[in-house]
Design a protein around this ligand. Sequence first.
Ligand SMILES: NC(=O)CCC(=O)C(=O)O
Length: 303
Amino acid sequence: MASSPYREEDSRVPPTIDLSTPRLSKFKIALCQLSVTADMERNIRNARMAIVDAADKGAKLVVLPEIWNIPYSNENFPVYAEDIDAGASPSVSMLSEVACRYNITVIGGSIPERSDSHIYNTCCVFGSDGKIIGKHRKIHLFDIDIPGKITFKESDNLTAGDNLTVVDTDVGRIGIGICFDINFPELARLYAVRGAHLLCYPGAFEMFTGSLYWEILQRTRAVDNQLFVATCSPARDTSSGYVAWGHSTLVGPFGEVLATTEHEEKTIMADIDYSFIMERRANLPLGTQRREDIYQLVDVQRG
Ligand SMILES: NC(=O)CCC(=O)C(=O)O
């Protein structure tokens, strides 16, 4: 009989998920694919209306896009960056108020954040009491140069964050990435190992890479880690300097697209049931089949 490649002392437990901790393990999610204009106050009002509408329709988790309060551009980041820690952000105040009033969890997309002499691309997570319970500064800045297609360098104006962000909310343990962060499977894997049920990526993928692999990346992150993945993009504005692909999507733990849309402004509502994670991991136990005797991923910040 061939000997098993697994040794008793190996600790290749699957990334465990705990269905008893979240207040809700079955709930409605809303992905608000918003139009973004040059008028920041209008964008804040519009986002609030979309969130209220989603909450009225039963959403317990609402996700906004990357850079939803101003058009995404290197010129705009320093002009409109808000100091979140000083409590001087109208965008954050609105999100906090609406999360509390409607008793919902909000993944607040991202906004340019000023902190000391730095500007970050930052996503705040709001608990149902309106408090900020997580803050993710985009870890991987989007620097791309495909001549004739797209050239963009976030690092001209933005500073990269240094921390992984996994947040325990009423609607589960959620790992946060922002757009380009989705290109890095290691980040998603570490979130899964830390017990995330859902990965949320506010994103504004551009047209060329968006058409090629925005959906592939979402489905791959979900399949690799056997969990839910949600993305939320701004609506497409072809008159803007940076044109977003759109196609906000919810993917299930077998890589199945559960809900998606095209590129217009729209809120996608869908159901999440975390028991599917357990079912899929029982069907196909990638966790115990993993060969950590020949490869391993190190969570540097945890040791
Ligand atoms: N805003 C972004 O990070 C865009 C990422 C993107 O388009 C990609 O190809 O990656």
